[in-house]
Design a protein around this ligand. Structure first.
Ligand code: ADP
Ligand code: MG
Length: 350
């Protein structure tokens, strides 16, 4: 039995989120629940004198998340993305504005990463046993992988923002938004909370996080990065004064086939699961969609090429690499080092 779910839980949790007051701690309100096969946590520190309508905000958060799930989950055969995938023609297909935005955002990250993030890999994800249905043959043979590769690639989708519509270049093309949907959901929930007038909060869905303002103790929110081993635990805690943090990894969503451990991250260049020693990579970015997509892209590229791209794009990123002996070593980009130090250039705070 594998532990996989489409939006597998991943290794970041919000720290410093103990429920309220005492000492100099400000009061805070927490909202928790389930979505996309994982859990979420929202913590809000209301401004002085502000009363939070908890029931209304709880409902609004759940609605935002349910809306995204019903449009973007390919585990639900009636979702918009599933219906898009089931269509076997090359006429333009109308999609919601938010699905369009996620597809367009993911394609932009895909291009910035030289095609490492590729939302058309869905049929290959399924063929390797990480999709909604168990494949009849596992692992797929070389000919099958080649055949599926034919229908993948960022240029297999044609976007028209006016209606908006997406057209498939070939009838078999499919879209898998799992690598970015949680990050997008975090951004949308953060928008919702901010629209209600709050300035201090953190939002976490399945390990992807957005932070705004300061925590109940008046300091930057502190986010724990999980140790990517079977025993778990915390590798490191970093301050996140603002922006988003997401992690991608090979240590939770894996399955064993013919004695080999397969990762759920597919290299779009080969059509095979990645095999390098990059066990997890955490990325900080302005939006969580970006952080989530970039983390998956770097996880595809691996410890060398991924690190080089992260430095080239001046990303704050932490690579956790598994040694031959099973030990974990960390490699941080310059941007991530400044985040650790809490330096003003990394945080934008004076
Ligand atoms: P998680 O969802 O577990 O946090 P990711 O954000 O890295 O992890 O997303 C992994 C999921 O994205 C896979 O389960 C698969 O559905 C899909 N996927 C796998 N490889 C790629 C890829 N190269 N580009 C885009 N999506 C991918
Ligand atoms: Mg991702």
């Amino acid at each position: 039995m594998r532990t996989a779910s489409l939006f597998a839980w991943f290794g970041i949790v919000g720290l410093g989120v103990g429920c309220a007051s005492g000492g100099d701690e400000a009061a805070s309100v927490a909202f928790e629940g389930g979505t996309m096969g994982t859990t979420y946590l929202v913590r809000v520190v209301p401004d002085v004198g502000v009363v939070v309508d908890e029931a209304a905000l709880a409902e609004e958060i759940q609605q935002v998340l349910d809306g995204i799930e019903s449009e973007m989950s390919h585990y639900r055969s009636d979702s918009e993305v599933s219906r898009f995938n089931q269509a076997r023609h090359t006429e333009p297909i109308a999609v919601s504005a938010q699905t369009f935005d996620v597809v367009a955002g993911a394609i932009a990250i895909g291009r910035a990463s030289g095609g490492a993030l590729d939302i058309t890999v869905g049929p290959l994800v399924n063929a390797w046993g990480f999709g909604p249905e168990e494949p009849a043959v596992l692992p797929p043979d070389g000919a099958r992988v080649q055949e599926l590769l034919e229908a993948t690639g960022l240029d297999r989708l044609e976007l028209d923002a006016r209606i908006p519509t997406i057209r498939k270049a070939l009838p078999e093309v499919e879209v898998d938004l799992s690598a970015v949907a949680k990050g997008y959901a975090v951004d949308r929930v953060a928008e919702t909370v901010a629209r209600r007038g709050h300035h201090r909060f953190m939002v976490e869905v399945g390990g992807e996080v957005v932070a705004r303002g300061t925590n109940p103790g008046g300091r930057p929110w502190r986010i724990a990065i999980e140790r990517p081993t079977a025993e778990g635990g915390i590798k490191e805690v970093v301050p996140l004064p603002r922006g988003a943090m997401a992690t991608s990894g090979d240590y939770r969503n894996v399955r064993e086939v013919e004695g080999r451990l397969l990762s759920h991250t597919i290299d779009p260049r080969t059509g095979h699961p990645v095999t390098h020693r990059l066990t997890s990579v955490t990325v900080v970015a302005d939006s969580c969609l970006e952080a989530d997509g970039l983390a998956t892209a770097l996880e595809v590229l691996g410890p060398e090429a991924g690190y080089a791209l992260a430095e080239e794009l001046e990303l704050a990123a932490l690579f956790l690499i598994r040694g031959e002996d099973g030990s974990i070593s960390a490699r941080a980009t310059a941007g991530f080092e400044s985040l650790r130090d809490g330096s003003p250039s990394a945080t934008g705070l004076e």
